[in-house]
Every structure is written in C-alpha cells, then in structure tokens.
Write a protein that binds this ligand. Structure first.
Ligand code: PLP
Length: 454
C-alpha cells in the first residue's frame, strides 16, 4: 500500500534551543493518520515526508507528540514571512469575521487595495495585476497572453513558447507542456509542436552558459524569432536553485526586445524576498514583460498573481480572463498583512544576510564531501545541494533521499529531493530564520550526510 517506509525508526533523542525529537520517526501514533491518507488519497500524494504537522510558528514546525523541527521547507517555499504569523492570522480572522468570504463577479475594496499595492511594488512598466489562486494558473495565463500578443504582432506563426529543460511551472496541461521534465508530460502524448525547451545555463549540467548557445539551440530546433511569442523561465530553477548568468539575462532581454518576444519570469518561488531581493530578477538587472507570482505572496493562503504591462494584460475584453477565486477577500487580507511584514521587517535584506551564512556553510559541506556533493547553488534563503554518484555528475537520488530522511530524524525538516533525477537537496528556510538556527541546521545537515554515507 505504501511507497514510503512507514516503519518507525528508533532515533537518538535531540534537545536543543531550536529542535526537539523525542519519539521514533515516523511517530508510531501518527501511522494511522498516514495510513488513512494513503488509503483515501491518490498514490501521487505519497511523496511527502512522514511528519504530521500540528502547528508551525516562525521557522519551526511542531507535531502533536512533542517533536519540534527547524524548518528548511517553508511548506513548499510559501511561508516567507514565517509560519503562522499572528499578524496574518489576525488579518484573516478580521476579514472572515466581517463576513465577506467571497464576492466573485463583484468588486471589493480589499482587492483594489492589493492590486494597487502589488502594482506599486513591481517595477515599471509592470503595472497591471491579475489575481488568481495557484501558480499553475499564472503560467497558463502567461502562455495565453504571450501567444495572443505573438499572433497580434506576427500572425499565426508567432506562437512559439520557449522554456527550459528541467523547468517546473505547475501541473496543469499547458504548464506541464512548457515544463522541462519529460516524465511529467508523457501522458499528454501529442505535445504542442510550438513549444520547445532549451538547456538551462546552470554551469554544472549545462557548461556552455553563453547566450550564443541558447540561439544555436533554438536554430537547431527550428525556432527562429519570427516563430516565438514568448520565453518563460523560472527566475532561478526550482529543481536546482540555479540562476542564469547576469550577462545571459541581459542579452535575453535585449533579444526579446529586438524581436517583440514576451519575456516571462516565473517568480512563483523567487518573489517576495526569497532570494535576498524582493523580486528574484533584480539579480539580473532586467525587468521581464510579465511575471508569475504565488507561494510567498501570502505566506500561507492560496493566492497567486500575474503582474505585467497594460499592453499585454488588456488584450482580452471584459469577462474573458477571470477565475472564480480571483481576489478572494480572505486570501487578499493575508497577502496585505504578509506584504506589510516583508517590508516592515526588511525580510529580503534579512534573507540576503542569513543567506550568506547558509551558502558559506553549504560551500564548506560541499568541499568536505566533494565526491558526492556535485554543486551547491542558490541565493538568499534558497539553495540546492546536488547529490551525485561519487566523482561524477550522475544524480544519486537514493543518497539524497537518505540525507533528507536522516535530517528529519534529527529535527531538520526538508521536503523530498527535487530536480534532475530527484537528487537535489532543496533548502528553503522561512526568511525570518535567525542566523543561529541556520548555523544549527548546517551542523545537522553535515551529520546527516555523514550518517547517510556511512
Ligand atoms: N512555478 C514554479 C516555479 C513552481 O515552483 C510551482 C510550484 O511548485 C508552480 C509554478 C506551480 O504552482 P502551484 O503548485 O501553486 O500551481
């Protein structure tokens, strides 16, 4: 019935300022809950770590049986302002108690407040905001807007969408077609011939990081600029935490301008301070034509946003680009409170500072285990440690999984490894994590690697 071992493992007790583990893992009392989930949910849901969350505050997660973890997942890069922030909970309760839970088809004052706030926060010329619920909806909308624009300026041939190998943009059909993980889209069978993926210039698995290589690859695939409506990339790639080289980004911007191609950054993971700047693309010194946001926008409730130019956003007539939960008032209240926290507490800057500590520690760990830690990537409070078969670049998913499992047993929470071959140990602490907890987390990770290798 299970794809994950549900047998509790006896683990040494842990008690520090930040962590407490006092039961076997998984907790024996949690097994019936996990079994119930396995029985009632699709098997695809079994990729989750076997920790049944009860409460989460700041950078810590607690279960019902007295265990506390330092969280290096932020849920799944959602809790940027920290878990369970009282300010956000209060805003949600106040909005709910006002008894406006839903008002689709009609405007609300609070929705007007949020879109104005986001439009001001985004750089020019991104001054229109379309609220949705999930990240995948924003990438679907991005495809639609880019294609519509492409047809308007270049006719029916200019509909191509270029994206990246290894990319993840969500699990709906369009999002999976532009995704760069073949196994996720096999089921579609007849993939759109006007969508192509090119290698992501990460400097590790793709060593030619030049923009010329991008152009050469497109040419080989038969995708000239007259056939391309949009280029979409995660600002950093979720599966690896790799960023584009800055020069590549700047050449991309100029090339998209030259050929009237919509440049889209999928900021679903990168926005709202995660990388040490409010928007991830600030590292590149360029502004996209459209960005997709989600996850950290509320630090908890489901809300997402497309933020783009008036030219792109106003292509559809009234009533033709909407969604039932657009601007749900409770989610909007959470977003406003979250944005207050991010700005008042300078969380992007704090993420940059704590990120220095995180990345320095990861570099050390990597040099200690250079044979199996192929690369360490990321900026601010996101990192990817690439676990490989000794001495090469072939992903070692088994070792990566074991590192994550051993970390969880020691009170450091991470989600299952991601990326190429499922071997990237992904690190994404809430931005409020104090440096001492980052240092403690690094020590736990070091122990976990040593144990997983022994
Ligand atoms: N884009 C990126 C970069 C993501 O990481 C994700 C989710 O992990 C998505 C899009 C899809 O977001 P959602 O799961 O909210 O649909």
């Amino acid at each position: 019935m299970s794809d994950v071992a549900l047998a509790p493992r006896q683990v040494p007790p842990v008690e520090t300022e930040f962590r407490k583990i006092q039961t076997p893992i998984p907790v024996p009392e949690s097994i019936p809950i996990l079994e119930g989930l396995y029985r009632d949910e699709p098997r695809s849901m079994r990729g989750q770590g076997v920790v049944v969350w009860d409460r989460a505050e700041g950078f810590q997660v607690h279960d019902r049986w007295g265990n506390t973890w330092i969280d290096w997942s932020s849920g799944v890069l959602v809790a940027n302002a920290g878990h369970g922030r009282p300010e956000i909970a209060k805003a949600i309760c106040e909005q709910a108690n006002k008894t406006l839970l839903h008002n689709y088809c009609f405007p609300s004052e609070i929705r007007a407040e949020l879109v104005e706030r986001l439009a001001k926060l985004a750089p020019d010329p991104l001054d229109k905001v379309f609220l949705l619920t999930t990240g995948a909806e924003t990438t679907e909308a991005a495809i639609k807007l880019a294609r519509t624009h492409g047809r308007a300026v270049g006719g029916d041939r200019k509909i191509g969408i270029v994206s990246y190998e290894g990319a993840f943009h969500g699990r709906t059909m369009g999002a999976q077609m532009i995704g760069g993980i073949p196994a996720l889209k096999e089921w579609i069978v007849n993939l759109d011939p006007d969508m192509a993926q090119v290698p992501f210039p990460d400097g590790f698995r793709c060593t030619d990081t030049s923009f010329d290589f991008f152009l050469k690859t497109l040419e080989e695939k038969g995708f000239g600029p007259d056939r391309i409506a949009g280029v979409i990339s995660e600002t950093y790639q979720g599966g690896s935490a790799a960023f584009w080289p800055t020069e590549y980004a700047q050449k991309m911007r100029a090339w998209c301008d030259e050929h009237d191609i919509v440049l889209i950054f999928d900021e679903v993971q990168a926005a709202f301070g995660r990388t040490g700047t409010m928007w991830g693309f600030e590292h590149y010194g360029v502004v996209p034509d459209l960005m997709c946001c989600g996850k950290g926008i509320t630090s908890g409730l489901p809300l997402s946003a497309v933020i783009s130019t008036a030219d792109l956003m106003d292509q559809y007539p009234p009533g033709s680009m909407t969604s039932t939960h657009t601007g749900n008032p409770v989610c909007v209240a959470a977003a406003l409170a979250n944005l207050d926290i991010l700005t008042k507490e300078n969380l992007p800057q704090r993420a940059a500072a704590a990120g220095e500590v995180l990345h320095a520690g990861l570099r050390e760990i990597r040099s200690e285990h250079a044979d199996v830690c192929g690369a360490s990537m990321g900026k601010g409070m996101v990192a990817g440690l690439h676990i490989v078969k000794a001495g090469g670049i072939e992903p070692d998913a088994e070792l990566a999984s074991s590192i994550v499992d051993r970390s969880i047993e020691k009170g450091l929470l991470m989600f299952h490894p991601v990326g190429f071959g499922g071997a990237t140990v992904k690190i994404a602490p809430p931005l409020v994590t104090p440096e001492e907890a980052v240092v403690e987390g690094l020590a736990v990770l070091r122990e976990a690697i040593e144990e997983a290798r022994s």
